[in-house]
Design a protein around this ligand. Structure first.
Ligand code: ADE
Length: 252
């Protein structure tokens, strides 16, 4: 099934050969093959103007590394968006960005597909970030060698929420703002594994007890591993942050 209105993100990268990568297999890959979404990959280097096709230069003020030039990236963004009938979110993957949340993923999956710039080098000239209103997004407090893998992570998280990609079960638990809990532990056969049984309650057939056990385990894990989520869960719904993103409540 191919639908011209399918969700179609644009990725700007210096390494187009990295895509679709993992997005081409499993759930996202099947959905890509079925036309439930599509992917436009653009090479930033195609916007270079000199004969060496250079896209970066030394940082003003000195220091290590190279900086992606504002003029080259602006021109890549402008030509990528030239045919858009409506504006789309413009993201820049960067370790100094706003932390990506499930709430933001849900918004992106439900709205116009984003344009995603994959940063490389020391950084991107601040003027293009400002002039093209790029929303900097981080996928975690660690530094990758570029934004490509971060973009894939973000796209994977969005694609599984697109209509028809997964069953109905995902929407209720992830899109409501009711949880903010890590998931409880899962078990299956065999009943004994290396001397360890499945918790008796899970095979008791008492659905209410199973639900209560899972809730208690989810709370325990969240308290231990994510005191930030636990604190947020126990507060009243906070006001939107500066970006207008709601930060809360999903099942991880
Ligand atoms: N580029 C390099 N590291 C990154 C991170 N943690 N998140 C998003 N983009 C990145």
């Amino acid at each position: 099934m191919t639908d011209s209105s399918a969700w179609r993100p644009i990725v700007l990268t210096l390494f187009p050969e990295m895509f679709p990568g993992p997005l081409g297999v499993s759930l996202a890959g099947r959905a890509l093959g079925n036309g439930l979404w599509s992917l436009e990959i653009r090479d930033i280097r195609a916007s270079a103007t000199d004969r060496h096709r250079s896209v970066d230069d030394t940082p003003a003020g000195g220091g290590p590394g190279m900086v992606l030039r504002a003029d080259i990236l602006a021109s890549a963004i402008d030509s990528a968006c030239a045919l858009d009938a409506a504006p789309r979110p413009r993201l820049l993957m960067s370790p100094r960005g706003w932390p990506l949340t499930q709430a933001r993923v849900v918004e992106l999956a439900h709205g116009p597909a984003p344009l995603i710039v994959c940063g490389r080098f020391e950084g991107v000239d601040q003027r293009v970030i400002d002039k093209r209103a790029l929303e900097e997004v981080s996928i975690g407090d660690y530094v990758l060698s570029g934004g490509e893998i971060a973009a894939m992570a973000l796209l994977d998280a969005c694609v599984r929420l697109l209509p028809g990609v997964m069953g109905k079960e995902v929407s209720a638990s992830e899109e409501s703002f009711a949880g903010n809990l890590l998931e409880y532990p899962h078990y299956t056969r065999p009943q004994r594994f290396e001397g360890e049984g499945v918790p008796a309650i899970l095979i008791s057939g008492d659905h209410a007890k199973v639900a209560a056990w899972r809730q208690a385990k989810a709370e325990e894990l969240t308290r231990q591993r994510r005191p930030d989520l636990w604190a947020a869960r126990n507060q009243k719904a906070p006001k939107d942050n500066a970006k207008g993103w709601q930060t809360l409540s999903f099942v991880l």
